[in-house]
Design a protein around this ligand. Sequence first.
Ligand code: BES
Ligand code: ZN
Length: 609
Amino acid sequence: MSTADPSRTDFHSYARPDQVRVRHLDLDLEANFSSKTLRGFATLHIKRASKDAPLVLDTRDLNIEKVEVSQNGREWQETEFEVGAADKVLGSPLTIRLTPDAQLVRVHYQTKPEASGLQWLEPEQTAGKKHPFLFTQSEAIHARSWIPLQDSPGIRVTYSARIRTPKELMAVMSAENDVNAVRDGEYAFRMRQQIPPYLIALAIGDLTFKAMSDRTGVWAEPSMLEKAAAEFADTENMMKAAEELYGPYQWDRYDILVLPPSFPFGGMENPRLTFATPTVIAGDKSLVSLIAHELAHSWSGNLVTNATWRDFWLNEGFTVYLERRIQEKVFGKRRADMEEVLEVAELERELKRLPEADQILHIDLKGRDPDDGFTNVPYVKGALFLRHLEQTFGRENFDRFLRGYFSHFQFQSITTGDFVNYLKANLLEKRPELAAKVNVEEWVEKPGLPASAPRPESDAFRQVSALASQWTAGKAALTEFPVKEWSTQEWLHFLSAMPEDLGVSRMKELDKAFGLTKTGNAEIASQWLLMAIRNRYEPAYARLEEFLTTVGRRKFLKPLYEELAKTPEGRKRGLAIYAKARPGYHPIAQVTIDGILKPANETTGVTSR
Ligand code: BES
Ligand code: ZN
């Protein structure tokens, strides 16, 4: 997609919105679980700047059956179309000939079972084990694998949908969901606000609803519902905190959908309906900052959206910063500080091995998969930049600035340049003496962390670090540790403070004292299992296999498989586990893990998609 301003060019879409722009989408789809396909049609309402230009849509692996055009929505006329050659990252352009007065375009199509934005689950992969499940994941550029559309975050559409499912299943979307809908296999949805296509989402399964407040609730399989509602009980408080900071919530309801464990992400900010991994349900609310994060996207991301995937840090960096602020208001500074220290430590570890080009907020993604930009850089470096502005200009000033930013750009898609111009005009130029301390160009366009970057600290962690070093030096006994009072974050900090070559006997001591192999907390488990691989701690191998074959969250899978791949025997074990686990992973996670274990794929017969 190209426009006059080169920084607005979205290299990840074939669309030409300067010629024809889609404004509204009407979906009519039937879900078939035995063929693993969605079939039906998408009606696109278009606005044309040119009389002769065709409509170019993005598609990936779609079977296009027929395309019709209409002027009024009553009479339809078939039209010519062409599906172009498939690019590995972008998919295929669908070029549609428009008659001079066409206002509506209807594409009849069917998805393929391997659609990258869909995961079709067998009943065994769900909590209830009785019914199949389907969910979509459209960000970054997977909407095109289940809907033919202009799949660029610079384009915003309203949408409506009719979805047909097997009678016993419930469908929900990132739109108005009727919480009292009769379960009859016929569902209707409407999203009145304009959203970018990566926020269009659908899930189908044995889903039930429980309200948490007037405007918040949980959708989950029956056996998960109560646990989820208890874990997320602070959602309404988070909404109030966010509204106090950044202005009214603009999306009416905020519900959370708990997915089966193969969901490849922690959370996805689908408007009105956050999609969440069940691995955040730790039983003690210790991982719910993920909800604060997805909720914060209701301002940063969904209201003000990155115009291209180069500008992804405008979505995620802002959201991590907002997440911390919400968390501080709801759970206090101690907890917010701990999480900030943990994430910055992770960023620093990652910066050591990332190529310089990937350390830049305004990253160049031309010719690459936008998923390559999914590192701690847009998230944590982005958030540190905002923290630096907050500390330089004072919290009150910066909060006012952010409120102004969200209301100025609401329901728009903007570039890094748009933000920088707004920042200069509304914050920097008002206080030149303070602005002199902020090197915007260095933060946005240069690799690494500027020397002026904030260094977050946590008092709680200082004590944990002290105990960790005493124990590793043989000067403290594990029985003296105040672990009863430790939060998940203190555990994570403690484990990350252990030397990489801890050794089997010390691993055994830790496990004996704290039962780490048996922990039900997915964050602690993944950290512990990483240590188990490094130290060849065999008593945890069965748990490792169980973890990798039940959880599909890419953030956990990736480091574990990478660690396994470092030694020949580890790789062998990794491949054996992966052979069992792969069919249960989401297509997006499969691509990632294939990449890690690939060199050996040919010899073991593990095939890629
Ligand atoms: N929007 C992201 C998820 C995403 C980003 C999906 C890019 C596909 C492409 C979501 O808000 C997110 O950041 N999720 C995090 C959790 C969060 C607490 C950092 C995740 O899934 O790990
Ligand atoms: Zn996010």
